[in-house]
Design a protein around this ligand. Sequence first.
Ligand SMILES: [Fe+2]
Ligand SMILES: [Fe+2]
Length: 327
Amino acid sequence: MINQSALYEKGETKKLEEFVNRIERGEKIEADDWMPEDYRKQLIKLIAMHGISEIMGAFPEKEWVPRTPTLKRKLSLMAKVQDEVGHGQLLLRVAEDLMKPLGKTREDILQDLYAGRLKFHNVFHMPTPSWADAALIGWLVDGAAIVTQKMLAHTSYAPYARALKRIILEERFHAYHGEDMVIALGDGTELQREMMQDALNRWWPALMMFFGPPENGEIQSNQTVNMRYRIRSKTNEELRQEFIDKYVPQIRALGLKVPDDNIYYDKEKEQWVYTHPDYNYLKNVIGKNQGPRSQNRLKLRRIGFENNAWVREALLHKQKAVNESGV
Ligand SMILES: [Fe+2]
Ligand SMILES: [Fe+2]
């Protein structure tokens, strides 16, 4: 909620009014513009989690880079993994600019991740036991990300909107890459089709949870602030429905079965009616990093961070020398 009394004490109610008016006129906010504390806080939370999820999202597919069935698949998968890390880099820079007035850096975001204070997306805690998992991630996880990011690209915070425009172009390539793999498996042998169906069965609850639980309690208050400030324009439920309506027909067209015995199409509402997953599962997976691969991937990320510390130190040392020489 917007803390009006705290703002009043600081004599900033006028500024807040002007800020809200700017947003309502459809203007975008830049990093150096005045912004209320809760706007900054919500953006940091959202963008840091998004950036970290891009980086942690490279791990499930990275596991398949050495084992791709063909060279063509290896090149395409490697390009995708590199893109995801690049998205993380871009977004953490956006988050870092927002954190500057608070005296925090990008390294603090990473330390928060290692200490379990910063969460990453539920889907990236999941295992990828078969090649069909890599295909499914490209097709449906990136597909779900596109649904969310297309909405966020209209956000009121200009640096995030600009970063997202570039990211979405690459996410579309990822989705085509995933579709191509899924179609190849769907057109393949009985065993390949079974592998694809098995991956879909395992990933379905995680995909349903991708958009977050239905709005209530703390989540509702976060969303109220996000909606009021036009950081986002759709609820979790609206995004999930959009995903279901787009992909259920595609899943069926590929000859796969949607792993929901009760799903049906409501002709009047012109939408699919589906079974909600157990959202409590999210509390342990995201909240406590207790997903099947959470700890393993966090450990790998931490080792990479520690092993590459000398590179960061060398670059800082070089930058300091350049600054001191005045060149
Ligand atoms: Fe990405
Ligand atoms: Fe992607």
